[in-house]
Design a protein around this ligand. Structure first.
Ligand SMILES: Cc1ncc(C[n+]2csc(CCOP(=O)(O)OP(=O)(O)O)c2C)c(N)n1
Length: 527
């Protein structure tokens, strides 16, 4: 087998069915080999979107995502999405074309050092050769999927695709050994003696499918719970123990509960989303994780073990009924505040109508900005994975390619992207990707004409609004964008009608929803 055929064959056996990118000349033999093996090449408008699509494909299918770019500018474009896979913990292979050995250190068009470029934003980076192909592929897939999952880069020298891959026997040390429980005895004592514990659940718990374990645990133990944004949906919003999402809109109110706690228990809590120090009171922390992560040392005890063991250790935990009532009060207080936001046509009304019109199984992706802060707290996500976002990396431009990837993975449910106008403009070219592949996405652009989150931050610093206005007039100024229908929404009635019509449409629709952003100022927390 040639190197290109070998790569295609290994990835197909691994379960890969698509790879995303923009080709250069050296990509052609790989695209051909992949095509012949049944791995479809998805052409995007920008390589960063290709990496986001590979990341989201991995999150939704559980199979390593694959993306590809050419030399230099292709590789730098791709890197934004690859960094996202690192900090949002998504297993991904980034394949880039590299110069042949004799050109690596020479001055040449498009030539930069991809190994150096990718080192800080991947778990590992390799350069493929006919001798190492078998080992590199095995290691790359293993590293990408080991805890925490993330991206691995493989450079493909442009002259090796036709060479014969040498099969080698692979003898390697196991890469990760689950560390022993480091402080089990002390943890047992803390758990047994706590009277007012608070659970903080994060994205590692979602990745390990702990939703049912958590629900069962809460039924019998009645302990209040807060979640990080990317763990949204792991507890149903109407669970009496559920208090809300940390970091997002109105989350300052959770402090009332947090201050009452005598013990914080992190369950798959990944500090990449929101460091403990940013919200924790001065009480002990017990942190359950799959790896040794960066958590505060003082007063914290960590258990690094397989997630299926975690709830067993929490068995003796009991909470005072007062803590759960407090969680309920905070939750209903948030609902009252949102229900009272009826002046004019703002993002709260727009999102409420959208939620009412969409079926519970819809997959929603979000971009980054004030709208995400609001959505993260107010959106009723029926299950984890129903609200797809980036919070570890927080890159604008994520929402649209994420939605297109979701539409490819979840064929029979509506897929909606919610984005600000700033984020929409970053990857707007991907509307053509949706059109090219016949993917239907409903894109809801909360068009406020500004980078609202940054304007808010300027106001908190008592600085005049500067450098954050995006346009005057309307965003699209037209009823079509790259051949996709644009519906202009200015009020609640039109919003409802536009969403229900978009759901019935056969193709993608963009709703340009002109909102008054004033509500964000009352909801987004100063963090
Ligand atoms: C790639 C990237 N650049 C800049 C930022 C910093 N940033 C965070 S939110 C934001 C404003 C987003 O504006 P918009 O998309 O219009 O959403 P809104 O805040 O108005 O809801 C910016 C510039 C970022 N997170 N990612």
């Amino acid at each position: 087998m040639t190197i290109a055929e070998y790569l295609a064959s290994r990835l197909r056996d691994h379960g890969v069915r698509r790879f995303f990118g923009i080709p250069g000349g050296p990509s052609i033999p790989y695209m051909e080999a992949f095509r012949k093996k049944g791995i479809e090449f998805i052409l995007t408008s920008h390589e960063s979107a290709a990496a986001v699509m590979a990341d989201v494909t991995a999150r939704l299918t559980g199979v390593t995502g694959v993306c590809h770019s050419t030399f230099g500018p292709g590789a730098t474009n791709l890197s934004t999405g690859v960094g996202g896979a690192l900090l949002d913990r998504s297993p991904l292979l980034a394949l880039t074309s590299e110069m042949p050995d004799e050109w690596l250190k020479r001055t040449a068009q498009m030539n930069i050092d991809h190994q150096a470029l990718y080192r800080p934003i991947t778990k590992s980076t390799f350069r493929l050769s006919e001798e190492n192909a078998a080992t590199v592929l095995s290691e790359a897939l293993e590293i990408a999927n080991a805890e925490y999952p993330g991206p691995v880069h493989i450079g493909l020298p442009s002259d090796i695709h036709g060479r014969t891959a040498v099969e080698t026997t692979i003898k390697r040390e196991k890469l990760t050994e689950a560390a022993a429980d480091l402080s089990s005895e002390k943890v047992r004592v803390l758990i047994a003696s706590s009277r007012r514990p608070l659970l903080a659940v994060g994205l590692t718990a979602v990745r390990h499918g702990l939703s049912e374990n958590l629900k069962t645990f809460l039924e019998t133990h009645s302990v209040p719970v807060v979640v990080t944004p990317m763990a949204k949906g792991i507890v149903p919003e109407d669970n009496p123990c559920y208090a809300g999402v940390l970091f997002h809109a109105m989350s300052g109110r959770l402090q009332k509960l947090v201050r009452e706690a005598d013990l914080i228990i992190g369950i798959g809590y990944d500090p990449v989303e929101y460091n403990y120090e940013s919200w924790m009171p001065d009480v002990p922390l017990v942190h359950f994780d799959t790896v040794m992560s960066d958590i505060p040392g003082r007063g914290s005890l960590r258990i690094v073990s397989p997630p299926e063991k975690w709830f067993g250790m929490l068995e003796p935990l009991r909470s005072s009924p007062g803590m759960v009532s407090l969680a309920g009060e905070i939750r209903s207080g948030m609902a009252v505040t949102l229900a009272g936001m009826t002046r004019g046509f703002g993002p709260v009304t727009a999102l409420r109508i959208l939620r009412e019109e969409l079926p519970a199984n819809a997959v929603v992706t979000s971009d980054v900005g004030s709208h995400l802060h609001l959505l993260g707290q107010m959106w009723d996500a029926s299950a984890p994975g129903k609200l797809v976002m980036t919070n570890g990396w927080s890159s604008m431009g994520f929402g649209l390619p994420a939605a297109i990837a979701a539409a490819m993975c979840c064929r029979d449910v509506p897929v909606v992207c919610i984005t600000g106008d700033g984020g929409m403009m970053m990857n707007a070219g991907e509307m053509m990707t949706a059109r090219r592949y016949g993917m239907k996405v409903i894109v809801v652009v909360l068009a406020d004409g500004e980078l609202n989150l940054i304007r808010l931050k300027q106001s908190w610093k008592a600085v005049d609004s500067y450098g954050v206005n995006l346009y005057s007039g309307t965003l699209f100024g037209s009823d079509r964008f790259l051949g996709v229908k644009v519906v202009h929404v200015r009020d609640a009635d039109k919003m409802r009608k536009a969403v229900s019509e978009a759901l019935l449409s056969d193709s993608s629709v963009i709703l340009e929803v002109a909102v008054d952003p004033a509500e964000y100022g009352d909801l987004v927390v100063r963090v």
